[in-house]
Design a protein around this ligand. Structure first.
Ligand code: F0G
Length: 449
């Protein structure tokens, strides 16, 4: 059989509430045209993020019931630590309540003013945590990534030559670590090849700079390597993931993505001295090192999720489903970041709406229109999120794991194609009010007339 099906069935359902375009216009006005400010009950299909929105399995729910909520030495912690160690091979595992807590602890120890932290592309919280410590977050994607339409494999790769040049120019002492984000979320959800991780590894090792993976979507990345990189088709996703981690000195991880958990994360390192400093900070702000701000039941859900996410049937379905959405809109004229990535489809809103200048936020305009038209929530990844650091004006349609069915995806295709048909009538936005950091969460907008 050729049909790829969801490798699960549904036991517990959540009803979806339909609203009318007129109601949604009112919700938009009240929210200052910021979709982060809309109530989830007023949304039909929520593609704001794939983070913390996964459906958990019966295995995860069962494990949660045995959560050991002891303050110190919890059995759940030992199961969690074992699962993380067996996967990543790192010596020290530090649990955190989510990915950005791991980032904050890591960067507040390693980053000082005058430092630069290069990455293939930093995500918003990663960038903000580096910058709030006075350092510079620098994106070094491969030049081919600049063309959203180029259909090449492993478009998430880091530009190794640019990294080498940066180290020469800045000096080793100014670069406390190098990061690789797998998959490259802000760069279109594109994967990074093993060859690229190995090449970066070579450079960082030669200069004695630690290499970290921002490993949120490690399993999806491993599947792309298995599918598209020569020499890996016979390896299991788990073996590939283990090899990816073995090339790094540490990682940050949000368990809200490729661990099917609703909350959680961790920070890993092989450096014992650093681990001690990190643990001291952890106790100060997150919690004791055997729970790190999580309940014992959360640790259990993550431990099980880390196993489940590497099942080949799941990854095959996951990547095929995302590609289906991408191909069905792109082949009918909606410009997406090609080729389709792992967890999301990114519409190139700058290209789709050339009549809206970037100062009027084409990605935001498209997000608002898609909600107004079809009740679908998505997120702008462009000048609203990254101001003048934005490389493209994108609209991200992030797909929660194991949550939506094929007919939901078909509804999305129809909605996006309908919006595309009358794209000339979409207008831009101006920002009325914004905070200093991470403005996309709380900014208010008004339509430009
Ligand atoms: N790194 C990457 C690549 C991410 O995508 C995220 C979160 C984080 C770090 C931070 O993790 O949310 O657990 O603190 N990305 C979510 C998203 C929010 O929608 O892409 P967190």
């Amino acid at each position: 059989m050729r049909t790829i099906i969801e490798p699960f069935r549904i036991k517990s359902v959540e009803p979806l509430r339909r609203t009318t375009p007129r109601q949604r216009e009112q919700f938009l006005e009240a929210a200052g045209y910021n979709l982060f400010q809309i109530r989830s009950s007023d949304i039909l299909i929520d593609l704001l993020t794939d983070s913390g929105t996964s459906a958990m399995s019966t295995g995860q729910w069962a494990a949660m019931m045995r959560g050991d909520e002891s303050y110190a030495g919890s059995e759940s912690w030992y199961r969690f630590e074992h699962a993380v160690r067996a996967l990543t091979g790192f010596r020290h595992v530090i649990p955190t309540h989510q990915g950005r807590a791991a980032e904050r602890i890591l960067f507040s120890i390693l980053c000082k003013p005058g430092h630069t932290v290069p990455s293939n592309t930093h995500f918003d919280t990663t960038r903000a945590n580096i910058e709030s410590n006075g350092a510079r977050a620098l994106d070094l994607p491969i030049p081919e990534a600049a063309d959203t339409q180029a259909r090449i494999s492993f478009k998430g790769n880091l530009h190794v030559e640019a990294l080498e040049n940066l180290i020469q120019a800045e000096g080793v002492s100014k670069i406390p670590l190098v990061m690789i984000t797998v998959t490259n979320n802000s760069g279109g959800g594109q994967p990074v090849s093993m060859a690229n991780i190995e090449a970066v590894r070579k450079v960082t090792r030669r200069h004695g700079i630690p290499l970290y993976l921002d490993a949120c979507r490690f399993a999806e990345n491993a599947w792309f390597i298995k599918r598209d990189e020569s020499g890996y088709s016979e390896l299991t996703p788990r073996e590939i993931a283990q090899k990816m981690f073995s090339l790094a000195d540490g990682c940050t991880f949000s368990a809200k993505k490729d661990a099917f958990a609703n909350i959680g994360g961790f920070l890993c390192t092989n450096d014992s001295k650093l681990a001690e400093q990190e643990t001291n900070l952890l106790i100060l702000t997150e919690g004791f090192p055997t729970y790190g701000g999580l309940a014992g039941r959360d640790l259990e859900a993550i431990a099980v999720g880390l196993e489940e996410v590497l099942q080949p049937e799941y990854l095959e379905y996951r990547i095929a489903s995302t590609a289906y959405l991408g191909r069905h809109i792109a082949d009918r004229g909606v410009p997406i970041v090609e080729p389709p990535g792992g967890h999301a489809i990114y519409i190139d809103a700058g290209r789709m709406l050339p009549h809206i200048p970037r100062e009027q936020f084409p990605g935001q305009a498209l997000a608002v229109e898609l909600y107004r038209h079809a009740g679908v929530r998505s997120v702008e990844i462009g000048s609203v999120m990254f101001a003048d650091q934005a490389r493209h004006e994108l609209l991200r349609l992030a797909i929660p794991r194991r949550v939506y069915t094929q007919s939901h995806i078909d509804y999305l295709v129809e909605a996006i194609l309908e919006v595309n048909e009358r794209k000339d009538r979409i207008r831009g936005f101006a920002i009325v009010k914004q905070p200093q950091f991470l403005r996309h969460f709380t900014a208010r907008f008004r339509p430009v007339m």
